[in-house]
Design a binder for this molecule. Structure first.
Ligand code: SF4
Length: 231
């Protein structure tokens, strides 16, 4: 199976809402966000011997103890056998949450059509016109829009979320983000945090918006979406 794993977190109470989950990290991403906390996953430098069989053995032993599996990255939709991997997990009766940056709408669409995902979390990196700057890659923003619309019209639970780096996203930009995901179920803001691993070390002195500014952003987003919160 062509599915490269960068890491496994055996238990999480936070990453799959209201579920006890395990997290599978896939290797590689088509973005290069400066604030990425998994730079080793981006550069294909994670060293481990976790194969898909290791994951399936682990999950077989965790039946009844875990509700679901979070597949995150990197960017999971870059894995050629993502669908096959999820099918195997579904055969074991686990719920599946997919984290994606939204660049592969065809894959998201297929997974939705075949009822292979129970929850999707999609990053909204910036207003569309700023995307390429924030992710440090030239991308087709049309694909982001398509993925957004797939989630807005789906019948599964989903969320959109943005990591906020004030030097890249202004408070006014949230009107554009709100317009992009208008009527979404849930939207979360995530403060930029400096952790031991960060893709662009020049960001270590970056300041966050104040609590008051975050409240202002949430008020803006509440004009567009059903639920907005600072995570
Ligand atoms: S933050 Fe996510 S989308 Fe951005 S480079 Fe890291 S893994 Fe890729």
């Amino acid at each position: 199976m062509q599915f490269t794993i960068g890491g496994l977190q055996k238990t999480s109470l936070l990453d799959f809402p209201n579920k006890v989950s395990a997290i599978v990290f896939t290797q590689g991403c088509n973005f290069n966000c400066g604030y990425c906390h998994n730079p080793l996953l981006l550069k294909n430098q994670s060293k481990n011997d976790i194969t898909v069989d290791v994951i399936f053995d682990f999950l077989n032993k965790r039946k009844g103890k875990l509700d679901g599996i979070v597949i995150t990255g990197g960017e999971p939709t870059l894995q050629p056998d993502l669908k096959l991997f999820i099918q195997k997990i579904k055969e074991m009766s686990f719920l599946v949450k997919l984290d994606t940056n939204g660049t592969n709408p065809d894959i998201v669409s297929e997974l939705l059509k075949e009822h292979l995902v129970d929850y999707i979390a999609m990053d909204i990196k910036a207003p569309l016109e700023k995307y390429s700057v924030v992710v440090n890659r030239n991308i087709k923003t049309e694909d982001i829009k398509k993925s957004v619309n797939l989630l807005l019209n789906s019948d599964i639970e989903y969320e959109f979320r943005t990591t906020v780096l004030p030097s890249l996203i202004s408070i006014e930009d949230f009107n554009d983000i709100g317009t992009l995901i208008k009527d979404a179920q849930k939207y979360y803001l995530q403060k930029f945090e400096v952790q031991s691993e960060i893709n662009d070390s020049t960001l270590v002195n970056e300041k966050n918006y104040t609590d008051e500014q975050f409240s202002q952003i949430i008020q803006i987003m509440k004009k567009y979406v059903k639920y907005a919160e600072l995570r």
